[in-house]
Design a protein around this ligand. Structure first.
Ligand SMILES: Cc1cc2nc3c(=O)[nH]c(=O)nc-3n(C[C@H](O)[C@H](O)[C@H](O)COP(=O)(O)OP(=O)(O)OC[C@H]3O[C@@H](n4cnc5c(N)ncnc54)[C@H](O)[C@@H]3O)c2cc1C
Length: 560
């Protein structure tokens, strides 16, 4: 890394405020220095008169790895991951060890933006408009678009002057610097199926695109890099790393949150807020901390001997996720001009001294590659009104598959069992292959989160209840079939594209590639696309009673 001082970024790193330098009072205390917390710290500290404290349980990011797009999956299950797992199920995650899916969540300044796939994707126009129609002024598409533009530093030349994009924001957006030629096949295949190749963050969402990334000069642009490093000299902002907020202190009479008990390097301290406490500890730990602080379903808190502050049955409920189906592996014959290393991702082809030199000395090459999602598409399943631009399925196209990495990334992060991997991939190890992964845009199934005990360090119990609404499985199957149809387009057939015929163990009694087979595959190779959320927008204006949030995301009192 001595050649890449830009990655070390020494002058702009965030200094950790030692515990003995923390003040007793701040105007605002932000719990969780992830994507949301980093933005809040930046925006609030624009007001010089306000003192801000940002609390983050993890360290600063280890940029040597996290900055490199090719290393995307490697930080999962590392010390920067809380390493959550779903509770065992007999209906989904069946190909995973102990029937539990991994649910990575980052423990680092910048939060999940430090270990995410860097894909820059906005929500659909109609979703925002629906939120507003449920009684949440300020959340329509026309209202949120200016904020997307304000936050964005669009660096893709053709979009820089586009109405839908901004150039002056903190978060830079670029194309990935390296692509496999297969990415062009995917785009062509989309066109051959009648889709447009377009900016899916622009006027219309339905269509195909090369993935846009939250990248700066080809490297990851985490929320910490985007929003915190540029303001590292603001004197009214303290950032306390390695700091766990263990409890939010709430006055039982006024329901006003007034302080936070923290633990840093084994030392406890209470810090008080003059104005607001902002809870941005992510989708899992925000409800966990609320319940530990006495706000949650009263029976559950009673069972765990947690002192009830406010009976709020909605806390931990309404859990939903963009669930996906893994295992959409298609083999193909690489054109003759490519040697036996093929043209997609192969583990032994990437980590070579040549590629490392190319990266360190010329800032080029496969280190700048995100093979997992080279291209993405938003499409309508059979269940969705196709005249509307409101797709219900997203497809990820990877110039890589579980067999091409020898299981080093994919098997490990998904938690696939050895038996599953052996049955489905061992006979095709390192053969040219690509993946198509369908995921749901608007799942109907709802899960929940519960505490195991009254301690923050004990992971909460996560029940995603994937496919508890059968509609979700039906839509996902349709998404897989659209992916399959794409594999049969003339451009893909030109390379003898064919589905991996090694059957999923547990699904062999179903006719191969029938709807039942696809459904069985989804229930075995169930994948989180890492987007859990719990906010119930329909109730948001009264949700200060349920959730401590209102539509302005003010979190400082329970009753609004
Ligand atoms: C593997 C992966 C891939 C993803 N890919 C994409 C993608 O390509 N594109 C995309 O848009 N989204 C992606 N996401 C989702 C996206 O990154 C998250 O939705 C987003 O980062 C969540 O932001 P947040 O601020 O709500 O939570 P987080 O970013 O999770 O931040 C919460 C922070 O709070 C800290 N914290 C928790 N509890 C406490 C406590 N008690 N005290 C102090 N600190 C605490 C945590 O350590 C963490 O840093 C991905 C997520 C993952 C995990």
């Amino acid at each position: 890394m001595q050649y890449r001082q830009d990655i070390l970024d020494k002058d702009y790193r965030i200094a950790d405020t030692p515990i003995y330098d923390l003040k007793e009072h701040y105007d605002f205390i932000i719990i969780g220095g992830g994507s949301a917390g980093s933005v809040m710290a930046n925006r609030l500290s624009e007001i010089y008169d306000w003192d801000i404290l940002l609390l983050e349980a993890g360290p600063d990011e280890f940029s040597e790895i996290s900055d490199l797009p090719i290393m995307f999956p490697s930080l999962q299950l590392s010390p920067l991951d809380w390493k959550f797992k779903t509770e065992p199920s007999d209906y989904y995650c069946l190909a995973m060890k102990n029937y539990q899916c991994n649910w990575p969540r980052a423990k680092v300044l910048g939060g999940c933006s430090v270990l995410n796939a860097m894909l820059y994707i906005r929500g659909n126009r109609k979703d925002y408009d629906n939120w507003e129609s449920y009684g949440n002024p300020g959340w329509s598409y026309k209202d949120v678009l200016p904020y997307f533009k304000k936050s964005e530093n669009m660096r893709i030349p053709e979009y820089q002057n586009d109405y839908y994009h901004g150039r002056d924001g903190f978060l830079s957006v670029e194309n990935f610097r390296y692509h496999s030629p297969i990415s062009q096949w995917f785009l062509k295949a989309g066109e051959q199926m009648g889709f447009e190749v377009r900016d899916v963050n622009g006027a219309y969402q339905t269509g195909f695109t090369l993935s846009h990334g939250t990248l700066r000069d080809g490297l990851r642009c985490s929320a910490a890099k985007a929003y915190l490093r540029p303001i590292n000299e603001r004197e009214n902002l303290d950032v306390s790393l390695f700091t766990i907020a263990e409890q939010i202190l709430i006055d039982k009479g006024s329901y006003q949150a007034y302080g936070v008990d923290i633990m840093k390097h084994g030392i406890k301290k209470t810090i008080y807020a003059n104005r607001e406490i902002i809870l941005s500890a992510g989708a899992i730990q925000s409800p966990q901390l609320l319940m530990l602080s006495g706000v949650g379903p009263k029976d559950h808190l009673y069972d765990l001997d947690i002192d009830l502050v406010y009976d709020s049955p909605g806390v931990g409920q309404n859990l939903q996720d963009h669930v996906a189906m893994g295992g959409g592996t298609y083999l193909f014959d690489a054109p003759e001009e490519y040697d036996d290393m093929g043209i997609g991702f192969k583990l032994n082809k990437i980590f070579t001294t040549e590629n490392v030199d190319e990266f360190t000395q010329n800032a080029r090459g496969p280190v700048y590659w995100l093979p997992e999602v080279e291209v993405m598409a938003f499409v309508n399943s059979y269940y969705q009104n196709r005249s509307e631009d409101w797709p219900d399925v997203q497809l990820f196209f990877a110039s890589y598959a579980e067999n091409t990495d020898g299981g080093v990334f994919s098997k490990r992060v998904a938690g696939l069992t050895d038996d599953f991997y052996t049955a489905v991939y061992e006979n095709i190890l390192y053969k040219d292959a690509y993946n198509i992964i369908p995921l749901l845009m608007r799942p109907k199934s709802r899960g929940y989160i519960k505490l195991q005990d009254d301690k923050f360090k004990t992971p909460p119990l996560i029940y995603p209840n994937y496919f508890s609404d059968p509609y979700d499985l039906a839509v996902l199957v349709e998404g897989a079939k659209i992916g399959y149809a794409l594999s049969q387009t003339p451009i893909m057939k030109q390379y003898n594209s064919r589905f991996n015929t090694l059957k999923i163990p547990g699904c062999s009694n179903y006719e191969f590639l029938s709807d039942d087979y696809w459904g069985c595959q989804a229930r075995h190779y169930t994948l989180t696309i890492y987007h859990p959320e719990l906010v119930k927008w329909g109730l948001i204006t009264i949700s200060t009673r349920l959730w401590t949030l209102d539509y302005e995301f003010v979190v400082y009192t329970i009753l609004g």
